[in-house]
Design a protein around this ligand. Structure first.
Ligand code: UTP
Length: 321
Protein backbone atom coordinates (compact mmCIF):
# COMPACT_ATOMS: atom_id res chain seq x y z
CA UNK A 1 0.00 0.00 0.00
CA UNK A 2 1.36 3.42 -0.84
CA UNK A 3 1.14 6.68 1.03
CA UNK A 4 -1.78 8.71 -0.20
CA UNK A 5 -0.61 11.77 -2.13
CA UNK A 6 -3.51 13.69 -0.54
CA UNK A 7 -2.05 16.31 1.84
CA UNK A 8 -2.73 15.47 5.49
CA UNK A 9 -2.03 19.04 6.59
CA UNK A 10 -4.68 20.55 8.83
CA UNK A 11 -4.98 23.96 10.44
CA UNK A 12 -3.19 27.08 9.22
CA UNK A 13 -0.96 26.87 6.12
CA UNK A 14 2.58 25.80 6.98
CA UNK A 15 5.67 27.78 6.06
CA UNK A 16 7.34 24.62 4.75
CA UNK A 17 6.55 23.77 1.13
CA UNK A 18 9.85 22.41 -0.13
CA UNK A 19 11.45 19.03 0.33
CA UNK A 20 15.06 18.17 -0.49
CA UNK A 21 15.88 14.55 -1.28
CA UNK A 22 19.62 13.77 -1.24
CA UNK A 23 20.32 10.88 -3.63
CA UNK A 24 23.91 11.42 -4.68
CA UNK A 25 25.72 8.94 -2.43
CA UNK A 26 27.89 6.25 -3.98
CA UNK A 27 25.88 3.37 -2.51
CA UNK A 28 29.01 1.30 -1.94
CA UNK A 29 27.21 -1.08 0.45
CA UNK A 30 25.06 -2.24 -2.43
CA UNK A 31 27.67 -2.82 -5.11
CA UNK A 32 27.67 -4.15 -7.77
CA UNK A 33 23.92 -3.36 -8.17
CA UNK A 34 24.69 0.33 -7.70
CA UNK A 35 27.56 0.49 -10.19
CA UNK A 36 25.35 2.08 -12.85
CA UNK A 37 22.07 2.57 -10.94
CA UNK A 38 21.52 4.83 -7.94
CA UNK A 39 20.54 2.81 -4.86
CA UNK A 40 17.50 5.08 -4.55
CA UNK A 41 16.22 3.56 -7.83
CA UNK A 42 16.38 -0.06 -6.65
CA UNK A 43 12.85 -1.52 -6.79
CA UNK A 44 10.93 -2.09 -3.59
CA UNK A 45 8.24 -4.46 -4.86
CA UNK A 46 7.40 -2.56 -8.08
CA UNK A 47 8.42 1.05 -7.40
CA UNK A 48 11.86 2.53 -6.86
CA UNK A 49 12.63 3.36 -3.21
CA UNK A 50 12.76 7.07 -3.97
CA UNK A 51 9.13 7.08 -5.20
CA UNK A 52 7.93 6.06 -1.71
CA UNK A 53 9.94 8.99 -0.34
CA UNK A 54 8.38 11.51 -2.74
CA UNK A 55 4.92 10.05 -1.98
CA UNK A 56 5.60 10.64 1.71
CA UNK A 57 6.60 14.27 1.07
CA UNK A 58 3.48 14.83 -1.06
CA UNK A 59 1.26 13.22 1.60
CA UNK A 60 2.61 15.75 4.13
CA UNK A 61 1.68 18.62 1.80
CA UNK A 62 5.13 19.33 0.33
CA UNK A 63 4.56 20.06 -3.35
CA UNK A 64 8.07 21.11 -4.39
CA UNK A 65 10.79 18.46 -4.32
CA UNK A 66 14.45 19.04 -5.12
CA UNK A 67 16.50 15.93 -5.88
CA UNK A 68 20.21 16.12 -5.19
CA UNK A 69 21.60 13.68 -7.71
CA UNK A 70 25.01 12.28 -8.51
CA UNK A 71 26.55 10.74 -11.56
CA UNK A 72 23.46 8.61 -12.29
CA UNK A 73 21.18 11.63 -12.59
CA UNK A 74 19.37 10.35 -15.67
CA UNK A 75 17.46 7.41 -14.13
CA UNK A 76 15.97 9.56 -11.36
CA UNK A 77 15.15 12.43 -13.70
CA UNK A 78 13.43 10.10 -16.18
CA UNK A 79 11.40 8.38 -13.46
CA UNK A 80 9.79 11.64 -12.33
CA UNK A 81 9.17 12.85 -15.89
CA UNK A 82 6.59 11.88 -18.50
CA UNK A 83 7.37 8.88 -20.70
CA UNK A 84 5.47 9.79 -23.87
CA UNK A 85 6.33 6.74 -25.97
CA UNK A 86 5.38 4.32 -23.20
CA UNK A 87 2.23 6.31 -22.44
CA UNK A 88 1.13 6.19 -26.10
CA UNK A 89 1.71 2.43 -26.28
CA UNK A 90 -0.27 1.75 -23.10
CA UNK A 91 -3.04 4.18 -24.15
CA UNK A 92 -3.35 2.41 -27.54
CA UNK A 93 -3.80 -0.90 -25.67
CA UNK A 94 -6.32 0.65 -23.29
CA UNK A 95 -4.13 -0.38 -20.33
CA UNK A 96 -5.28 2.37 -17.98
CA UNK A 97 -3.94 0.73 -14.81
CA UNK A 98 -0.33 0.71 -16.03
CA UNK A 99 -0.82 4.10 -17.68
CA UNK A 100 -1.77 5.59 -14.31
CA UNK A 101 1.12 3.81 -12.61
CA UNK A 102 3.70 5.36 -14.94
CA UNK A 103 2.08 8.80 -14.78
CA UNK A 104 1.88 8.89 -10.97
CA UNK A 105 5.52 9.84 -10.21
CA UNK A 106 5.33 12.98 -12.37
CA UNK A 107 2.05 14.05 -10.73
CA UNK A 108 3.17 13.84 -7.10
CA UNK A 109 4.94 17.21 -6.90
CA UNK A 110 6.96 19.67 -8.93
CA UNK A 111 10.23 17.75 -9.03
CA UNK A 112 13.51 19.60 -9.65
CA UNK A 113 17.03 18.25 -9.94
CA UNK A 114 20.43 19.58 -9.07
CA UNK A 115 23.72 17.78 -9.25
CA UNK A 116 26.16 17.39 -6.39
CA UNK A 117 29.41 17.48 -8.35
CA UNK A 118 31.23 15.23 -5.90
CA UNK A 119 29.81 13.09 -3.09
CA UNK A 120 31.41 15.14 -0.33
CA UNK A 121 28.88 14.08 2.30
CA UNK A 122 25.24 14.54 3.30
CA UNK A 123 25.93 18.02 4.71
CA UNK A 124 27.41 19.08 1.37
CA UNK A 125 24.42 17.56 -0.50
CA UNK A 126 22.04 19.66 1.62
CA UNK A 127 24.18 22.78 1.01
CA UNK A 128 23.65 22.24 -2.74
CA UNK A 129 19.95 23.03 -2.14
CA UNK A 130 20.62 26.52 -0.79
CA UNK A 131 19.66 28.59 -3.83
CA UNK A 132 16.51 26.57 -4.53
CA UNK A 133 15.33 26.61 -0.91
CA UNK A 134 15.96 30.30 -0.17
CA UNK A 135 15.21 31.59 3.33
CA UNK A 136 12.29 29.36 4.34
CA UNK A 137 12.45 26.25 6.52
CA UNK A 138 12.49 23.06 4.44
CA UNK A 139 12.27 19.29 4.84
CA UNK A 140 15.02 16.79 4.03
CA UNK A 141 14.08 13.18 3.30
CA UNK A 142 16.91 10.73 2.58
CA UNK A 143 16.20 8.97 -0.69
CA UNK A 144 17.04 5.46 0.53
CA UNK A 145 15.31 5.70 3.92
CA UNK A 146 11.66 4.52 3.92
CA UNK A 147 9.12 5.22 6.63
CA UNK A 148 6.08 2.93 6.92
CA UNK A 149 3.59 4.27 4.35
CA UNK A 150 0.82 4.76 6.93
CA UNK A 151 2.97 6.76 9.37
CA UNK A 152 2.60 10.51 9.90
CA UNK A 153 6.13 11.24 11.14
CA UNK A 154 6.83 14.04 8.68
CA UNK A 155 3.54 15.82 9.45
CA UNK A 156 4.33 15.64 13.18
CA UNK A 157 7.77 17.12 12.51
CA UNK A 158 6.29 19.94 10.42
CA UNK A 159 3.83 20.71 13.23
CA UNK A 160 6.64 20.85 15.81
CA UNK A 161 8.67 23.14 13.55
CA UNK A 162 5.61 25.35 13.01
CA UNK A 163 5.10 25.76 16.77
CA UNK A 164 8.72 26.04 17.96
CA UNK A 165 10.62 27.27 14.90
CA UNK A 166 14.26 26.19 14.53
CA UNK A 167 15.05 22.71 13.24
CA UNK A 168 13.54 19.28 13.94
CA UNK A 169 15.16 15.86 13.64
CA UNK A 170 13.54 12.41 13.72
CA UNK A 171 14.79 10.13 16.50
CA UNK A 172 14.46 6.40 16.92
CA UNK A 173 15.57 4.39 19.94
CA UNK A 174 18.02 1.66 18.85
CA UNK A 175 19.85 -1.05 20.81
CA UNK A 176 23.10 0.12 22.42
CA UNK A 177 25.24 -2.03 20.10
CA UNK A 178 23.80 -0.28 17.02
CA UNK A 179 24.15 3.37 17.99
CA UNK A 180 27.61 3.55 16.37
CA UNK A 181 25.87 3.23 12.98
CA UNK A 182 23.92 6.51 13.37
CA UNK A 183 24.10 10.12 14.40
CA UNK A 184 23.17 10.15 18.09
CA UNK A 185 21.32 12.86 20.05
CA UNK A 186 21.72 14.09 23.62
CA UNK A 187 18.21 15.02 24.70
CA UNK A 188 16.24 16.80 27.44
CA UNK A 189 12.49 16.70 28.11
CA UNK A 190 10.35 19.22 26.24
CA UNK A 191 7.21 18.79 28.33
CA UNK A 192 5.40 17.39 25.28
CA UNK A 193 4.73 13.71 24.61
CA UNK A 194 6.99 12.25 21.91
CA UNK A 195 8.98 15.47 21.53
CA UNK A 196 12.39 16.22 23.10
CA UNK A 197 14.82 19.10 23.08
CA UNK A 198 18.07 18.13 21.38
CA UNK A 199 21.02 19.47 23.37
CA UNK A 200 23.82 17.88 21.37
CA UNK A 201 24.55 15.57 18.44
CA UNK A 202 27.43 13.26 17.65
CA UNK A 203 27.99 11.29 14.43
CA UNK A 204 28.42 7.51 14.80
CA UNK A 205 29.73 7.45 18.40
CA UNK A 206 31.37 4.43 20.03
CA UNK A 207 28.74 2.92 22.40
CA UNK A 208 30.59 4.12 25.52
CA UNK A 209 30.60 7.71 24.20
CA UNK A 210 26.98 7.78 23.01
CA UNK A 211 24.92 10.32 24.97
CA UNK A 212 21.71 8.27 24.49
CA UNK A 213 20.21 5.48 22.42
CA UNK A 214 18.36 8.00 20.24
CA UNK A 215 19.50 7.59 16.64
CA UNK A 216 18.88 10.32 14.08
CA UNK A 217 17.00 8.81 11.12
CA UNK A 218 16.57 10.20 7.61
CA UNK A 219 13.92 12.89 8.10
CA UNK A 220 14.68 16.50 9.00
CA UNK A 221 12.89 19.85 8.97
CA UNK A 222 15.62 22.46 8.87
CA UNK A 223 15.92 26.14 9.55
CA UNK A 224 17.69 27.87 6.63
CA UNK A 225 20.33 28.98 9.17
CA UNK A 226 21.79 25.51 8.60
CA UNK A 227 23.24 26.67 5.26
CA UNK A 228 25.50 29.29 6.87
CA UNK A 229 26.73 26.68 9.33
CA UNK A 230 27.28 24.05 6.62
CA UNK A 231 29.34 26.51 4.60
CA UNK A 232 31.96 26.58 7.33
CA UNK A 233 31.62 22.98 8.51
CA UNK A 234 34.88 21.15 7.80
CA UNK A 235 34.92 17.50 6.69
CA UNK A 236 34.26 15.31 9.72
CA UNK A 237 33.86 11.57 10.18
CA UNK A 238 34.85 9.61 7.06
CA UNK A 239 36.27 12.81 5.49
CA UNK A 240 32.68 13.89 4.63
CA UNK A 241 30.88 17.14 5.43
CA UNK A 242 28.39 15.82 7.96
CA UNK A 243 24.91 17.26 8.44
CA UNK A 244 25.11 16.04 12.05
CA UNK A 245 28.11 18.33 12.71
CA UNK A 246 26.21 21.40 11.46
CA UNK A 247 23.13 20.42 13.48
CA UNK A 248 25.33 20.06 16.56
CA UNK A 249 26.09 23.79 16.31
CA UNK A 250 22.38 24.62 16.02
CA UNK A 251 21.59 22.26 18.92
CA UNK A 252 24.12 24.10 21.09
CA UNK A 253 22.05 27.26 20.45
CA UNK A 254 18.97 25.43 21.77
CA UNK A 255 17.06 25.58 18.47
CA UNK A 256 16.70 21.86 17.65
CA UNK A 257 13.82 19.57 18.66
CA UNK A 258 13.50 15.84 18.17
CA UNK A 259 10.34 13.92 17.31
CA UNK A 260 10.50 10.36 18.61
CA UNK A 261 9.42 7.71 16.12
CA UNK A 262 8.75 4.07 16.94
CA UNK A 263 7.09 2.90 13.74
CA UNK A 264 8.56 0.92 10.84
CA UNK A 265 11.57 2.43 9.10
CA UNK A 266 13.79 0.78 6.50
CA UNK A 267 17.31 1.64 5.34
CA UNK A 268 17.12 0.29 1.80
CA UNK A 269 20.80 1.10 1.25
CA UNK A 270 21.67 -1.91 3.42
CA UNK A 271 21.33 -5.30 1.67
CA UNK A 272 19.74 -7.19 4.57
CA UNK A 273 17.31 -4.41 5.38
CA UNK A 274 16.47 -3.97 1.70
CA UNK A 275 15.41 -7.63 1.51
CA UNK A 276 13.28 -7.31 4.66
CA UNK A 277 11.66 -4.16 3.26
CA UNK A 278 10.67 -5.85 0.01
CA UNK A 279 9.20 -8.85 1.86
CA UNK A 280 7.26 -6.75 4.37
CA UNK A 281 5.83 -4.32 1.84
CA UNK A 282 4.98 -7.18 -0.55
CA UNK A 283 3.07 -8.93 2.27
CA UNK A 284 1.11 -5.70 2.93
CA UNK A 285 0.08 -5.22 -0.70
CA UNK A 286 -3.57 -6.09 -1.27
CA UNK A 287 -2.88 -7.30 -4.83
CA UNK A 288 0.26 -9.38 -4.17
CA UNK A 289 0.15 -9.98 -0.42
CA UNK A 290 -2.18 -13.00 -0.06
CA UNK A 291 -0.44 -15.19 -2.68
CA UNK A 292 3.04 -14.03 -1.68
CA UNK A 293 2.38 -14.59 2.03
CA UNK A 294 1.18 -18.15 1.52
CA UNK A 295 4.26 -18.91 -0.61
CA UNK A 296 6.45 -17.33 2.08
CA UNK A 297 4.92 -19.47 4.83
CA UNK A 298 5.60 -22.61 2.81
CA UNK A 299 9.13 -21.47 2.09
CA UNK A 300 9.86 -20.76 5.75
CA UNK A 301 8.31 -24.08 6.81
CA UNK A 302 10.64 -25.76 4.28
CA UNK A 303 13.62 -23.98 5.82
CA UNK A 304 12.56 -25.12 9.29
CA UNK A 305 12.27 -28.72 8.08
CA UNK A 306 15.85 -28.58 6.80
CA UNK A 307 17.16 -26.88 9.95
CA UNK A 308 17.53 -23.49 8.23
CA UNK A 309 19.55 -24.81 5.29
CA UNK A 310 18.53 -24.10 1.72
CA UNK A 311 16.00 -26.57 0.33
CA UNK A 312 18.35 -27.09 -2.65
CA UNK A 313 20.36 -30.30 -2.27
CA UNK A 314 24.11 -29.72 -2.16
CA UNK A 315 24.59 -31.79 -5.31
CA UNK A 316 22.26 -29.37 -7.16
CA UNK A 317 23.78 -26.22 -5.74
CA UNK A 318 26.06 -24.61 -8.33
CA UNK A 319 27.85 -22.71 -5.53
CA UNK A 320 28.61 -25.88 -3.53
CA UNK A 321 32.30 -26.81 -3.50
P1 UTP B 1 24.59 7.17 2.96
O1 UTP B 1 25.79 7.29 3.80
O2 UTP B 1 23.57 6.15 3.29
O3 UTP B 1 24.95 7.02 1.41
O4 UTP B 1 23.93 8.60 2.85
P2 UTP B 1 26.20 6.40 0.68
O5 UTP B 1 27.42 7.16 0.98
O6 UTP B 1 25.77 6.29 -0.74
O7 UTP B 1 26.23 4.94 1.37
P3 UTP B 1 27.30 3.75 1.23
O8 UTP B 1 27.81 3.60 2.63
O9 UTP B 1 28.35 4.13 0.21
O10 UTP B 1 26.49 2.55 0.80
C1 UTP B 1 22.59 8.90 3.21
C2 UTP B 1 21.89 9.65 2.09
O11 UTP B 1 22.61 10.80 1.70
C3 UTP B 1 22.88 10.80 0.31
C4 UTP B 1 22.77 9.34 -0.11
O12 UTP B 1 22.41 9.22 -1.47
C5 UTP B 1 21.69 8.82 0.82
O13 UTP B 1 20.40 9.08 0.34
N1 UTP B 1 24.22 11.37 0.09
C6 UTP B 1 25.30 10.93 0.79
C7 UTP B 1 24.37 12.37 -0.86
O14 UTP B 1 23.38 12.78 -1.52
N2 UTP B 1 25.61 12.89 -1.09
C8 UTP B 1 26.70 12.47 -0.39
O15 UTP B 1 27.81 13.00 -0.64
C9 UTP B 1 26.54 11.46 0.57
Amino acid sequence: MIASPTPTTTGPARAVRKAVVPAAGLGTRFLPATKATPKEMLPVVDKPAIQYVVEEAAAAGLDDVLMITGRHKRAIEDHFDNALELEQTLAAKGDTVRLDAIRDPARLAAVHHIRQGEPLGLGHAVLCARRHVGDQPFAVLLGDDLIGPRETLLSRMLDVQGRHGGSVVALMEVPEDQIHLYGCAAVAPSGEDGVVRVTGLVEKPAPERAPSRYAVIGRYVLDPAVFGVLERTPPGRGGEIQLTDALQELAADGTVHGVVFDGPRYDTGDKGEYLRTVVRLACERPDLGPAFTSWLKEFVAGLEDTGGRSVTRDSEDPLAA
